[in-house]
Write a protein that binds this ligand. Structure first.
Ligand code: CU
Length: 162
């Protein structure tokens, strides 16, 4: 790695730790921390990950512990959702499905439902400037999610809970 590349990498790490940077972790005390995931299709460009292409969410991969809370904040200028992808839709449970995964019978991703990782959730439409319901990190595992409006963009992310 040359000096310039190293400096860029170091800057990214610093940005990730700055309280005002998009996406943040706060709280603590008795009940775990709150991870705020920024929703912004323009800001968060597609990027490769072990789960396939992510995009639209920052951080795209959230590392969390059981007892933590996840909230999704829309800093974009139009509506998005954060909607869990049913495990049955994924490939080996670790790859974003290529086909739209949110049209299963009884699923209404544009309405808010669920508040745990293991139970599945959808924020419903989160308007510009608004924040989703709290989603509890209730069980260890890998949870893939996406935006039900712009899944193909791609707008996809993952939560890894330990
Ligand atoms: Cu969207």
């Amino acid at each position: 790695m040359n000096a310039r590349a190293f400096f860029s990498a170091a800057s990214l790490v610093l940005a990730a730790c700055t309280p005002n940077a998009v996406g943040s972790t706060s709280g603590g005390g008795g009940g775990g921390v709150t991870h705020t995931v920024d929703i912004n299709l323009t800001l968060s460009q597609p990027a490769p990950s072990t789960y396939g292409q992510t995009g639209g969410f920052t951080p795209a991969i959230v590392m969390a512990k059981v007892g933590d809370t996840i909230v999704f904040k829309n800093t974009d200028s139009f509506a998005h959702t954060s909607t869990s992808i049913p495990v049955a839709e994924t490939t080996n449970e670790t790859q974003f499905p290529s086909k739209y995964p949110f049209n299963n019978p009884g699923e209404h991703p544009l309405s808010q439902s669920g508040n745990t990782l293991s139970g599945g959730w959808s924020s419903g439409e989160v308007q510009a400037g608004s924040t989703s319901q709290n989603v509890l990190v209730d069980k260890a595992g890998t949870y893939l999610f996406g935006c039900a409006i712009h899944y193909g963009a791609p707008m996809r992310g993952a939560i890894v809970a330990q």
